[in-house]
Write a protein that binds this ligand. Structure first.
Ligand code: ACM
Length: 686
């Protein structure tokens, strides 16, 4: 219990703050008590709210001064278009003289010709009744500041308006990335473009483009055309498309870092060029998911000749300073089985497969550096012989991240940010690149942690539903990488994320619309009862689906687990409601809402039954029945609880016994209603 004296101190501090700054309230970290909540994500480094607001109307004008960097004008035009869409107010980009404009934008300098790691991304944003002013040293700050301003637009009594604020913002980490895996499932150009739009909206600045895998080679090579001709089923980006995507990303303050995974994960290369492999061909494009044997032959000079020419071509195509060589998950089986490779290892005193991979890495790193690029590799590349300027990207944990830094490498964290594991946003949100083992690094060493990357591996996503796996959870990771480390209130994150998730629709993302369409396809005419079920289930987590053997690259991903978000907003809200009910703090309206929900479940199976005859939904018949049974149990429990009435003898045990088997995954789904209803049952008086 808080002591009276400490309460008095907080009261006095609040009073002093009010007296000293009657219109400016510092909002260092978003807390539950702060109302109204600004729906900003990522939360700015420094923000003070003022009084009053800037009303948005059709006279809105913009003045641009300072740098002539074309990205400033482009960002302003996109801003106006989005603002018009969001508010319904007809707005066109209307340049004005500085004094008269509603919004003045000033970037002091041009950015680098090719966007660089560590360019200044800061901005200052001032909004008051008279107008808004956005200033930044570099166009990147303008791009970020305009997204903040868009997030501030909200309807009020006078129509849409920006609240008065003073924001001084800058990122905590210079590398805030998203890996998109176009290798396993093909991601067409429009998917990549809208992913970049989403990244701009949450201030992420690196698209890590995973472009080759066992299952596909996705970029046109003019030097080695059989890579895409035989390795992609016709699904690859032409070099012109890549150039366009790079320009599209640059406009949005995003660098594109290509990854060509070597020496493992490379089976698709071998379909056209089997001579690169360590085992005898011929090779086919892999359809299954998993880790497979084919790996490049590190012992042949011809491998490096090929890679030199190929990397030279790609280093030219992708202008970014960094070039990712992969380096993960080589199982070594082809190396073990090849007598020539074994003899080579003996004669070169390479005593293990790890030594052989280091030998390979050293050659490839040399090639990458010859083309004036900085190499990046996954954890496994870390070895004493690895040149210090290679950046290590940790997918296995903060321990390997910290080890890399202690060994003199710059590092990125991806462990904890794997979006393909379909885990809750809160879990990713609480992972910090400087926590765990990384927290024990010295301040100097911590500066070598560049940031992190969310990873959208694509075994279990297609172009159709990939948005729903990236968004909105990626916004929580974006906040972790941009905002001060102390911004870590999960309840605030979720409250803002719900709004930001809807706001991201206006960016053109399809995380809501695509899932709705998928459910309409699954249950034509019965999408409402299907959605009642869909709202209370989540897909099984981690690798449960991809490792089940049921799926491969040819199997459509069009079942119920594919058509629901990884994390159910409704389930979270229902669970919170039950918490309030059992704590005795729920209002009559809240109790009525819980009753309404459970009544809908109780009768839902009947409404959904005809659709459950579809071959795609028949496997969901049992879970639909279970949801209805839970509705029934929950209603009984709620009536007893609300009436403060004791349960009949044996009732509780009977309900718990019925709920118990429903905790197990069923047809790749988790029924999220079980735990809260069990809590309610347990709370009924005996
Ligand atoms: C990885 O997940 N193998 C990088």
């Amino acid at each position: 219990m808080p002591k009276l004296s400490s309460l008095l101190v907080s009261f006095c501090v609040a009073l002093v703050t009010f007296v000293l700054t009657p219109v400016a309230h510092p909002q260092q970290t978003p807390r539950a008590s702060q109302q109204p909540q600004l729906n900003l994500m990522p939360w700015p480094a420094n923000i003070q709210t003022g009084s009053g607001q800037l009303v948005i109307n059709s006279d809105f004008t913009i003045a641009i001064s300072g740098s002539g960097d074309a990205r400033v004008r482009g960002a302003a035009e996109r801003f106006v278009h989005r603002l018009s869409q969001e508010t319904g107010i007809p707005l066109r980009f209307t340049p004005a003289k500085s004094g008269a404009a509603t919004l003045t934008i000033r970037a002091e300098h041009n950015g680098k010709k090719i966007q660089e790691l560590g360019e200044d991304e800061s901005y200052v944003l001032d909004v008051n009744q008279a107008g808004a002013k956005l200033t930044a040293p570099n166009p990147l700050g303008v791009i970020h500041g305009l997204q903040t301003l868009l997030q501030l637009a909200a309807p009020g009594p006078q129509g849409f308006a920006f609240p008065a604020v003073h924001i001084e913002d800058a990122p905590r980490f210079p590398w805030r990335g998203l890996l998109l895996d176009a290798g396993r499932h093909w991601m067409p150009v429009p998917v990549v473009e809208r992913t970049l739009d989403g990244m701009e909206a949450v201030k992420m600045n690196v698209l890590h483009f995973h472009l080759s895998e066992y299952q596909g080679f996705r970029v046109e090579s003019k030097k080695y055309p059989k890579l895409q001709e035989l390795g992609s089923n016709g699904q690859y980006y032409t070099q012109d498309e890549i150039k366009d995507l790079i320009a599209y990303a640059r406009e949005r303050g995003i660098r594109i870092v290509p990854e060509f995974d070597m020496p493992g994960h490379s089976q698709s290369w071998f379909v056209g060029y089997p001579e690169l492999a360590s085992g005898p061909g011929p090779y086919q494009i892999e359809k299954r998911w998993g880790v497979f044997d084919p790996a490049m032959d590190p012992t042949r000079e011809s491998t490096y000749k090929f890679l030199d020419k190929f990397i030279g071509e790609m280093a030219h195509l992708f202008p970014d300073e960094f070039f990712h060589l992969g380096g993960d998950e080589v199982n070594g089986k082809q190396w073990d089985a090849n007598p020539k490779i074994q003899a080579f290892m003996k004669s070169h005193e390479l005593n293990s497969n790890a030594d052989l991979q280091t030998y390979f890495n050293q050659h490839v790193v040399k090639i990458i550096k010859k083309y004036k690029k900085t190499p990046i590799g996954w954890d496994e590349v870390l070895n004493p012989g690895l040149p210090k300027d290679v950046v290590v990207q940790s997918w296995r944990g903060q321990e390997s991240e910290a080890t890399a830094v202690r060994n003199g490498h710059r590092a990125l964290l991806s462990n904890g940010y794997y979006l393909d594991l379909v885990e809750p946003a809160a879990k990713h949100y609480m992972v910090d690149p400087l926590s765990g083992d990384a927290a024990t690094l010295s301040p100097e060493q911590q500066k070598m942690v560049l940031g992190g990357e969310a990873c959208m591996w694509s075994e279990m996503v297609t172009a159709e539903n990939v948005d729903s796996r990236i968004w909105p959870r990626n916004a929580a990771i974006a906040e972790r990488l941009w905002s001060p480390g102390e911004v870590n209130d999960v309840a605030s994150m979720y409250r803002r994320l719900e709004v930001i998730s809807d706001w991201l629709d206006s960016v053109g993302l399809t995380h809501h619309s695509a899932l709705r369409e998928m459910r309409e396809r699954l249950a034509p005419g019965r999408v409402d009862p299907l959605s009642v079920l869909a709202d209370m289930v989540e897909p099984v987590k981690r690798y449960a689906r991809s490792s089940s053997g049921r799926y491969n690259a040819d199997i459509p991903l069009n079942r119920l687990p594919d058509s629901i978000p990884p994390e159910s907003r409704v389930a979270r809200d229902f669970s919170a409601l039950i918490d309030q009910i059992v704590a005795g703090t729920a209002s009559p309206d809240q109790i009525a809402a819980a009753r309404q929900w459970m009544t809908a479940w109780k009768y839902n199976d009947e409404r959904l039954a005809p659709a459950l005859q579809s071959s795609l939904l028949s496997e969901d018949a049992a879970i639909s029945r279970n949801l209805s049974a839970i509705g029934d149990i929950g209603l009984q429990a709620l009536e007893l609880f609300a009436a403060n009435q004791a349960a009949p003898p044996g009732w509780r045990e009977q309900q718990i016994a019925q709920l118990e088997p429903m905790k197990k995954p069923q047809s790749e789904l988790l029924l999220m209603a079980v735990a809260p209803v069990e809590k309610l049952v347990q709370s009924v008086k005996q």
